[in-house]
Structure formats: C-alpha cells, structure tokens
Write a protein of this length. Sequence first.
Length: 475
Amino acid sequence: MADNKPMRLWGGRFEGGPSDALTRLSVSVQFDWRLAPYDLLASRAHARVLHRAGLLAQDELDRMLGALDDLDQACRNGEFRPTVADEDVHTALERGLLERLGTLGGKLRAGRSRNDQIATDLRLYLRDHVRTIVSRLVELETALIGQAEEHAETAAPGMTHLQHAQPVAFGHQLLAHAHALTRDVDRLRDWDRRAAVSPLGSGALAGSSLPLDPAAVAAELGFDSAAPNSMDAVADRDFAAEFLFCAAMIGVHISRLGEELVLWASQEFRWIEVDDAYSTGSSIMPQKKNPDVAELARGKSGRLIGSLMSLLTTLKGLPLTYNRDLQEDKEPVFDAVDTLLLVLPAVSGMVSTMRVNKAKLEASAPDGFALATDLAELLVRQGVPFREAHEAVGHLVVWCQVNDKDLGELTDEELAKVSPYFASGPDGSVRDVLNVQGALAARAARGGTAPDRVRDQIAALRETVDDQAAWANES
C-alpha cells in the first residue's frame, strides 16, 4: 500500500489529528475492504436517488456513475487499493472517487452516513454469500443422499449411548445427517427474508432532511423494503448475530458428522475407508491414514460457535444507536463465511468418495443383542403387556450372556426353556424376527428405517435439494 496523506470523513471541528494509538485502534480497512464492491453498489443507488431529488444534475450523475464504475473496475483488478492512511473502506473509496471527480465526488456524501452505509454493506455482503453457502450445503446433502441411495438396504448397527441398540439401514443413518443440513438451509432462507431490509437513507440515526427515497434505493439494491425506523436501522445487528447462529448450527451438524466419520474410519469400527485425497499420513508412523477432514470439521465448529458468542457479547450492552463497538461485528461474520466455504467442500468430497465396508456393517448389525427389541415387540403383537415382554427378553439376554450365545443361535428348545413366551408356534414366528433384514423391513412406518422408507426419504430429499439449489442460484 502506498503511504498517502491521510484523508478523514470527519475532523472539521478538530484542531489536531488523532494520536497514533487512536489511529491504530480505529483502522478497520484491513478487514472491511472486502465490502468495497457492495459499498460501490450502494453508492450507485445513492447517486441516482440524489439525482431524482434534484441534488445532482444529469451530467453530474453521468460523471458520478462513470467514476464509480471505473473505481469498481480498478478495485477488482488491483489498480486501486486502500492505503495505510485510510481509516476504513468508506474512506478509501471516497478518496478514489475524489481522485477521479475532484469536488464533484464530495456531493455523494450528502444524505448518508457511514452508519447506514456499513449496515447496508454488511447486509448486501451476507445476502450474497449466504447463497454461496447454501450451494455448498447442497453439495454435501447430495453427497450424503448418493451414499444413502447406494446403501438403502445395507444393514448397520444403530446406536444409542454409542452402544449397539437396533439394526438400521446405513442409508437411513446417512440421511439423518442430510435432514439436519436441510434445516440449516431452511434457516438461512428464512434469515434472508428478515435481512432483506435496507438501512440506506437512515443517515447517522435520524434519517435525512433531504428529499431522498429510501424505498427506491432498497428496490434497486434487491431489498424487499426500506427500514421503518432509522435508529433501529443503524443499530441493528440482529441479522449478523442470526447469521452467526445459523453458521454455528451448521458447524455443530458437520462436527457431528465428522465425529461419526472419525469413528467409522477407525480400526475398531472399520465401517468406511476414507479416500486418499481426503486423508493424511503420520510423520513418524508409516502405516497411518488419518481422517483429517472430519477432524478439522469438528474443530472448526468451535470457531463458528466462538464467533457467535463474540458478537452477542459485543451487542449485549450497547445503547442506541451506533457505537464504535460495532466495528467488531465484521470480523466474526467474515471468519464464519470463510470457515464454512473452506470446510463444506472438503467434507462433501470426503463423503462422496468414501468406500463403505458393507460386509463389516452387515456382520456387525445384530451384535450386542440388537434384535432384542424386535423380539419384545413380537410378544406385544401376541398380546403380552410390554412390561412383561421387556422382562422376558431381558432374562433371555442374560441367559445368552451366561451361555455365550447370540439370539440368532438359540434353538427352539433353548428359547422355550427361558420363557414359554418364546415357544415357537406352527409358523415359527419367534425365529422369523431374529434376522436383521426382517427387523429392517418391519420398521415401515413413516420415518422408519425400512429400505422402502429410506427410498421415500431419498426421493423427497432430492426434490428439496433441487429447490434449495434453485434458490441459491437466483440472482
């Protein structure tokens, strides 16, 4: 950055300049420069509203828009950059405009403040980037759905407390993660509805006495409406905090998925093998293949949660309206956006390329007496109160442990010996429920793990994800 003479958007009532310590503390251009395209977009809209208000002649408007376009291009190709003397993105861009227009450039500041500018810029930035985030979530959802479709009938151990509980279709478990992500997208789309309110025209806090048209500016910038209260407009950071909550929730969901992927890839589980492209090795142990993507997804969730806590703590004691504390709103937001756009593609790639050890899953599915509940429910269907059925099956499990047998290995005589409830009738119904595929197929109610219900979920989720992708691609 070139060391130019400092330019400030304030200072007329000051006899001297700020101290070096204050300058260093105040400067934000090193991180808010990424808002430059959005600030220029809002500046074009503001120039047009100044023209409609009779505050810019037609030739002045034409020159102003031409200079803003030129400055925009110079920012994009790197010809124009902020200097160490620029306090923030607004100062830098006004300097660039004045370099192109001279005193005419100073007319653009009429009727607006950095307070309503930054609130507008940050909303524009987030509404733009949220659609990119949704596109990345769609990719992860699609990867999970693809694996689930391949394993709609693959039996796996379903767990509670990380203990074998009941057999499930592996595709069913994968889709559980996909459903969580669809809720994340729903939250972001709902967030966008509340974020689609333009603060521009609110000025520093009280609006403007100039004949501006905030509604026209809002429409030009793609907002649904202009803010109804100028004080709230410049003080409000609900949209930033709510975005960070959505980001933190996404972080929690990909962390839970990451935790399962780490477990599944371990030697103790061996349910999946992670592709080499999404694994790393050890600097000392040649045999190691580490699921680093899943571990980093877990770790990044703490960063996302921390960003939410940081902003909420900043906001909690602020009086209306604008306070300089709000300079601290941008870095957590930017970091959350960067983190999600970094992590989501890696997790999608890991999921889409992982190889599932189907034989290992299906062999493990009945372990730990996982069919015990099916046996108890059979007795219930035969009229036995569930309390008694639960007790009888519990005794049967103890008998199996003492005699080192699994449920499926028991003879008819051994079953009947433990309880008369288990005596097989002419149709051999007790024996029928002691198999994994039968247990899966029996859970055919809505939301169940039966393969047919898994395929129903897949079909519905594909429609949902297509709709999400279409929203993300809207201009």
